[in-house]
Design a protein around this ligand. Structure first.
Ligand SMILES: Cc1cc2nc3c(=O)[nH]c(=O)nc-3n(C[C@H](O)[C@H](O)[C@H](O)COP(=O)(O)OP(=O)(O)OC[C@H]3O[C@@H](n4cnc5c(N)ncnc54)[C@H](O)[C@@H]3O)c2cc1C
Length: 569
């Protein structure tokens, strides 16, 4: 028993709750004379221990974290300073037959990080992980911070070098600062997050606006200090979203804002009828123009006039399954943080899953089992379908949850969702915000005609992003509406790409841009030039900064239509 309790001394997740869980179960064992019951309870404890051990105490080594196999002779290198990164790139450049790739926290589809297909046995791979290259320097006079690219935004539970105390958001918050927005998860490294054009759900705030300098080592080993204020800032605008194809970003300078809290709520309601009372109906008109009498906005109005609805930050999950058809509407607005001599604001954290024994993980595991059971949806049997709808409704119950938190804990509302207990993969399609209504109708039509095969057992996330000046950002020059198609990775039936293909086909005529870190359809490379006004300019900078193509892998050659070196020369 002492051994078990001792285990929890090393946890940073409310140890008293873990103790209580174990104690309760140990008492249960003592109380019963039934050996079968004893064994059952013991197994429960063991599973519980294994879960937390796996999740919170044993960060995974990079090779395990990635879902791709590196060639056995490829060693992962962990540079601790910039000179080491520069040396590796210079060696690769001089060698002329070496590929250099870098991993952040490995949240993107694996091939976006390293794709070994097409790399011959004679070509060397230098694979860098920046988890030992982290740190933040704050300039209080100018309200800026220089952050090393391997620094995580929030703590990454999978990286043993990552702690709350060395995470970027925590450090700047302690100094009284903040970023304007964050994604739904904040385990990522700063370098990886910006390299894929990742962003939070807001048309008012975008973290891209606060990036003022980028330090990057190009494919010849030359260090560039790029600034938005450069007379010719084309390299800066090209490097902001560059997928490790222009060089390795070592440092990013952010203009900081005063720190803040967010306050908001999450409402789960039926899509119809319309009502401001979530128990009766929906406070957003998903498919119509809104209801003026009840002051209910259309979805377009909700996102574009977000301040009116206390929704500076917002996201919607649409659960379209038969017998469900509900929206989960998460919205929040910023409120100023009190100064040091004022009383701190109360914290009421958002929980996506019910908290059991101090953690959301057990509920996520149960939800994960339910998702597997939800493959019943694909059955023709009406009774099974009813069970499936019942199960979803159980996990997406009509109701409201109020929350208030510090910006960096509140904005990443999915940060506590474990990708071990509840693994999901995504394809995210972006459209100009003006097309919101058209795309929602097209999606509704797809659900109606495609049935369960298209709908699946998950929700589609609908959110926005403010336009970005970075040339390859998926919201370049365009305020955008985003449809994040989600696939539960433990589904026993089907594959993620087959599932996404249905959406890629249906939305093909609408010229969507794809999130670079998520699944991208075959053939995207043929359209990419017409989708990005600055594609040719970006490619010109790429060729100049990586003349020997040491950063190019088959995945990006295909999706960005990067010509072979022989065609360029
Ligand atoms: C559960 C989950 C939730 C997510 N939520 C959101 C969201 O709300 N909004 C959103 O926009 N996206 C979201 N994403 C996508 C995620 O933000 C991106 O995949 C992001 O790139 C991950 O950062 P990372 O540190 O893991 O980078 P990685 O995935 O490791 O790398 C991404 C790319 O950047 C390159 N790279 C990494 N570091 C550097 C560097 N220092 N210099 C040059 N290139 C570099 C890599 O080579 C690779 O091409 C989510 C993903 C998951 C799995």
């Amino acid at each position: 028993m002492d051994k078990i309790l001792g285990f929890f001394k090393h946890q940073d997740q409310k140890p008293e709750d873990h103790h209580a869980y174990i104690k309760d179960h140990v008492f249960k064992i003592n109380e019963t004379n039934d050996n079968k019951e004893k064994l059952k309870t013991l197994k429960k404890i063991r599973r519980y221990l294994e879960l937390f051990k796996d999740e919170w105490t044993t960060p995974k080594p990079v090779k395990k974290r990635m879902r791709i196999k590196l060639p056995s002779k490829t060693k992962i290198e962990y540079p601790t300073d910039e000179a080491e990164i520069q040396r590796i790139i210079k060696e690769a450049y001089e060698d002329g037959n070496t590929i250099v790739r870098v991993i952040g926290s490995g949240h993107s589809v694996p091939e976006a990080i390293i794709d070994v297909s097409g790399i011959s046995g004679k070509t060397k791979i230098r694979f860098l992980c920046l988890e030992k290259y982290h740190g933040v320097e704050i300039d209080h006079k100018n309200h800026t911070a220089i952050v090393k690219a391997g620094t995580h935004l929030n703590r990454d539970p999978k990286d043993k070098n990552s702690t709350v105390q060395n995470s970027f958001n925590y450090i700047i918050d302690q100094a009284g600062y903040a970023l304007p927005d964050l994604g739904g998860v904040a385990h990522q490294t700063v370098g990886g997050f910006i390299s894929t054009g990742s962003a939070g759900g807001s048309l008012i705030h975008n973290v891209h606006d606060s990036i003022i300098k980028i330090r990057i080592i190009d494919g010849k080993g030359i260090i560039h200090d790029l600034s938005i204020d450069d007379a010719d800032n084309s390299k800066f605008l090209a490097a902001g979203v560059s997928l490790g194809l222009l060089g390795i970003i070592t440092k990013i300078t952010f203009k900081l804002m005063k720190n803040y809290y967010i306050t908001g709520n999450e409402i789960i309601a039926s899509v119809t009828p319309l009502s401001n009372d979530f128990k009766v109906g929906c406070p957003i008109d998903l498919l119509g123009d809104g209801d003026k009498e009840q002051n209910i906005p259309s979805i377009y109005e909700f996102f574009t006039n977000s301040k009116e609805y206390d929704a500076d930050y917002a996201r919607i999950f649409w659960w379209p399954q038969d017998g469900v058809n509900r929206l989960t509407i998460w919205r929040a607005k910023p409120i100023p943080a009190p100064s040091n001599d004022e009383k701190p604001l109360s914290i009421n954290s958002y929980n996506e899953f019910p908290v059991i024994a101090g953690s959301e993980i057990p509920a996520q595991l149960i939800a994960s089992l339910v998702m597997i059971a939800l493959n019943l949806l694909s059955s023709e049997n009406k009774f099974y379908k009813k069970i499936a709808a019942y199960l979803i409704n159980l996990f997406v119950p009509i109701g409201i949850q109020e929350f208030q938190d510090k910006w960096y804990n509140g904005l990443p509302m999915d940060d506590k969702v474990s990708d071990t207990a509840f693994p999901a993969t995504f394809s995210e399609l972006l459209f100009p915000i003006a097309k919101t209504s058209e795309i929602v109708h097209a999606l509704n039509n797809l659900y109606k005609t495609g049935g369960e095969k298209v709908i699946g057992n998950f929700a589609t996330e609908i959110y926005t992003t403010k336009k970005s000046h970075f040339w390859l950002s998926q919201s370049y020059n365009t305020d955008s509406i985003r449809f994040d198609i989600q696939y539960f990775q433990k589904n026993p039936i089907g594959t993620s790409r087959k599932f996404f293909q249905q959406y890629w086909d249906a939305f093909y005529p609408y010229n969507f841009r794809c999130h670079w870190g998520k699944h991208i359809p075959e053939g995207y490379g043929k359209r990419v030039r017409s989708l990005y006004e600055k594609y040719d300019d970006w490619m010109k900078v790429r060729e100049e900064m990586d003349p020997k193509q040491i950063f190019v892998i088959a995945y990006w050659r295909k999706h960005l239509d990067i010509k072979p070196l022989s065609d360029v020369l």
